[in-house]
Design a protein around this ligand. Structure first.
Ligand SMILES: C[S@@+](CC[C@H](N)C(=O)[O-])C[C@H]1O[C@@H](n2cnc3c(N)ncnc32)[C@H](O)[C@@H]1O
Length: 267
């Protein structure tokens, strides 16, 4: 099924993403445009809807490096939760929780925000191949890696280069929005949370995994020193206050060490 997105330049204009671009086993190159004539390229199945480069924090800049993208999932992501929680936390457990809370259904459409290698979008596709999956990131290097991994998993995903602060989607487009580990590195987190609320349907689900403030003195020292690179940490209460300001209520929440999983629903 083709996916209808919003022109990044003209709020009321639609751009159609052809279904073929989500079939990653077949390279697709071309251009797409709105009725106003603004054109965007699709290169190797990745639609580039980023109209202006923004300034990045150091933590965000590293995601644009090809080297980071190529090792991100296999060296870091699969081990990250065990390292951060201090006890075995296999990636399969995180994927199970994601699927359990999001409950993907046939014909429904899901968005992975700040997807990096699209781990969450691939997991949801695997759980429900008859649903539609869109994944955005502003790092082309990460999206190219996501493309390789999704192709290997035979997962059909619409990969879009876009800024989560101004998502190229119409309001109430998605049945579910998922965001893993991205919140901590956003320099405009409330704006992104508001965007997540805007593009989510009123009966949709928002799954967030993020890192919270450490309780230990050495954890606090480490987290304070990470803040200069643009990574921020909040307590669970502060996080929930942000979610509430953006129009979400907590339906379920689970913390282990400094890792917090939240199932949020629109208020
Ligand atoms: C910590 S990684 C999380 C990756 C992934 N969600 C996961 O679970 O493995 C954060 C990602 O968010 C992306 N990102 C950060 N700020 C963004 C923004 N404003 N718009 C789009 N992507 C963003 C980065 O490029 C990076 O790939």
């Amino acid at each position: 099924m083709a996916v209808y997105v919003r022109s990044p330049l003209y709020d009321r204009e639609t751009i159609i993403l052809p279904e073929e671009i989500s079939n990653l086993s077949k390279p697709f190159n071309g251009t797409i445009c709105s009725n106003r004539g603004d054109e965007y390229t699709i290169k190797n199945n990745i639609a580039d809807l980023l109209t202006k480069e923004k300034s990045y924090t150091l933590a965000q800049s590293t995601n644009h490096w090809r080297m980071t993208a190529s090792v991100y999932e296999d060296l870091w992501r699969v081990r990250s939760l065990s390292l951060l929680t201090g006890e075995p936390f296999p990636i399969e457990k995180e994927r199970e929780l994601l699927v359990d809370w999001v409950q993907p259904k046939p014909g429904m459409i899901y968005l992975d925000v700040g997807c990096s290698t699209a781990l969450y979008a691939r997991s949801l596709f695997k759980a429900e191949t008859e649903s539609i999956h869109v994944a955005i990131d502003f790092s082309m290097a990460m999206l190219e890696e996501a493309r390789l991994k999704a192709e290997a998993d035979q997962a059909d995903i619409y990969l879009i280069r876009a800024d989560a602060r101004e998502m190229p989607f119409f309001g109430k487009t998605f049945d579910g929005v998922v965001m893993g580990g991205t919140l901590n590195e956003l320099n405009d987190k409330l704006r992104v949370l508001f965007e997540c609320r805007r593009v989510l349907k009123d009966d949709g689900v928002f799954f967030v995994m993020h890192l919270i403030q450490s309780e230990s003195w050495y954890g606090k020292v480490l987290q304070n020193s990470a803040e200069w690179s643009g990574i921020k940490f909040w307590s669970v209460d502060q996080s929930n206050e942000m979610f509430a300001r953006a129009g979400f209520e907590v339906e379920d929440q689970f913390t282990k060490g400094i890792v917090c999983f939240s199932k949020l629903s629109p208020v």
